[in-house]
Design a protein around this ligand. Structure first.
Ligand code: N1C
Length: 346
């Protein structure tokens, strides 16, 4: 299955690259661990009811209970999301001729990888069959979008796969995005619904078993020109292209260098938040290192600071930022001209 630029609803020009949002690094719906030494893992926890570890108490007896463990109704949610995905995305994510997935089978493959298994025994091959089945025949041509430190804007601009395709727009990730799960040995349910470990001190790969492989697989599906949205105004001395990022650890190393579906060009978009300090621009510091790595892999490299579309999206949510004031006035005048034929009416 190919997701080609021809299926895109907008025209994509490689020299003009686009994205969204003022809060560049906001993340939502994530239970993914950050790529840090394990003791520093800062996985987001959902607000939960206090649930005690009582052998006979099943927190999921109450509908919609949120715990620190496996999401109640995991199976139903995953199968429901899968069916919904195939219904909704048919057309632009799954062009004619692509195979429809059997959602129950997909869930069962996922479940067999994790149920009754100890979380800390997971590794980067645990979910291989799941990704193979969910994404095996997919190629994302000229539309794959990677990001680091720019979750919100990248997803807004990507527009749920209509413009660009992020990892979360793929079936394999969409089925579990924002959910939590962990297996439990010697248990009737085979899942721990009370609490999941946040890290495994003897096996850091357990923490990346799913999302590490998801990122790696997504990178292997990307073909042609790809887009990477980076944050050039990171706080706390963080660089735009930083060590320990998923992008650097799992995605960049796995971009295809050969074959029909190889990556040809890497388009970097560096964003600077309105009202925030500029920390790095194209051609500076960590972006130089990125350029070197990309070229060593034989890909063309382009870097653009703040493409206009992205400035507009950033300003749309930050109208009051100093940098957006003038743009706002000019837009008002232009629209007035369009509406009334004059540029200065209020
Ligand atoms: O570490 P990052 O960025 O470089 O990871 C981003 C990179 C993207 O291109 C995605 O394909 O890796 C993938 N990815 C996600 O899709 C994702 N959704 C939510 C990686 N991490 C993801 N998260 C959460 O954001 C997770 O908790 C992880 O630790 C952060 C990483 O975000 P980042 O530093 O902005």
């Amino acid at each position: 299955m190919d997701i080609d630029c021809t299926t895109s609803l907008i025209e994509i020009k490689s020299q003009h690259i686009s994205l969204k949002a003022p809060h560049l690094s906001d993340k939502t719906h994530s239970n993914r661990p950050s790529l840090r030494p394990l003791r520093n893992i800062t996985r987001r926890k959902t607000k939960s009811k206090l649930v005690t570890k009582n052998k006979f108490y099943n927190p999921c007896d109450e509908v919609h209970t949120k715990t620190n463990g496996t999401t109640c109704g995991l199976k139903e949610i995953m199968i429901g999301r899968c069916s919904h995905y195939q219904y909704i995305k048919n057309g632009f994510m799954q062009p004619n001729g692509s195979s429809t997935k059997n959602c129950t089978e997909l869930y069962e493959v996922f479940e067999s990888a994790v149920r009754y298994k100890s979380y800390c025994n997971m590794n980067m091959s645990t979910y291989e069959r799941y990704f193979e089945l969910a994404l095996g025949d997919l190629h994302i041509i000229n539309r794959a979008m990677f990001w680091s430190g720019t979750y919100t804007i990248a997803h807004t601009y990507g527009s749920n796969g209509r413009n660009y395709v992020t990892l979360e727009d793929t079936l394999a990730a969409a089925m579990v995005d924002g959910l939590t799960w962990c297996g439990k040995e010697n248990d009737t349910e085979g899942f721990d619904f009370v609490s999941c470990p946040y890290s495994c001190k003897d096996n850091q790969w357990a923490d990346y078993a799913f999302w590490g492989l998801a990122s790696k697989t997504f990178a292997q599906l990307a073909a042609g020109e790809i887009y990477v949205v980076l944050n050039g105004s990171q706080a706390n001395g963080k660089s735009a292209f930083r060590n320990n990022s998923y992008f650097r650890s799992f995605e960049l190393p796995n971009l295809r260098q050969n074959g029909t579906y190889r990556v040809t060009k890497v388009n970097i978009l560096v964003l600077h938040s309105p009202d925030a300090k500029v920390v790095e621009r194209c051609g500076q510091n960590s972006l130089l290192e990125l350029e070197r790595l990309v070229q060593n892999k034989g890909f063309d490299y382009a870097c653009e600071d703040d493409p206009e579309e992205l400035i507009l999206i950033m300003c749309s949510e930050h109208w009051h930022a100093r940098e957006c004031q003038l743009a706002r006035q000019v837009l008002r005048q232009t629209w007035n001209k369009k509406l009334y034929g004059i540029s200065n009416s209020s």
